[in-house]
Design a protein. Structure first.
Length: 166
């Protein structure tokens, strides 16, 4: 969905106003040598610029899923902005149709496992004020995707930041 009057020549997700933070997030899941890993990655553009990856859940835990990783990516990004006192509008972009539609209220959260993540992400978005969630195709989310995969690789090597209680 493009804002009314948006320039069709400007790629979706491009920040044109300096007071808007644009987040790209992604999650990844992979089984490596019999162990289950879920990791997230995100980028922030706008007045604050940052990128990060990490474990979304402890390896081999029931929470080590792709959907949990997607939620953890969006949560980590909004927490990053909140810690820095950001008060401007936020556009959250991701290729997870499930998460985006759940955050927009288009899909019900049926999974007991995802409900706490959804509740936490909703609270973060409400605390930041104006936060919009938009779906983008995978091709437009390449950097966040690469970061989430880097999180898995780092975890396999024993160098990834740990999951924060997920």
């Amino acid at each position: 969905m493009r804002p009314a009057g948006a320039d069709p020549q400007v790629p979706r997700g491009t920040t044109l106003w300096t007071d808007v933070a644009t987040i790209h997030f992604d999650g990844a899941f992979q089984t490596v040598r019999g162990h289950r890993y879920a990791a997230y990655g995100f980028t922030v553009d706008g007045p604050l610029v940052h990128e990060e990856f990490g474990l979304a859940a402890p390896p081999d835990s029931e929470s080590a899923t792709n959907n949990v990783a997607e939620y953890q990516g969006a949560i980590a990004a909004l927490e990053y902005l909140r810690r820095r006192g950001f008060a401007g509008p936020v556009v959250v972009l991701g290729d997870s149709e499930l998460l985006i539609r759940q955050m927009r209220g288009e899909y019900e959260v049926r999974s007991d496992r995802l409900r706490p993540y959804h509740t936490h992400l909703r609270a973060l978005a409400d605390a930041l004020g104006e936060v919009r969630f938009d779906w983008i195709p995978r091709e437009e989310n390449a950097r966040a995707d690469a970061l989430s995969k880097q999180g898995i690789l780092a975890a396999v090597r024993g160098a990834a930041p740990g999951a924060d209680g997920a």
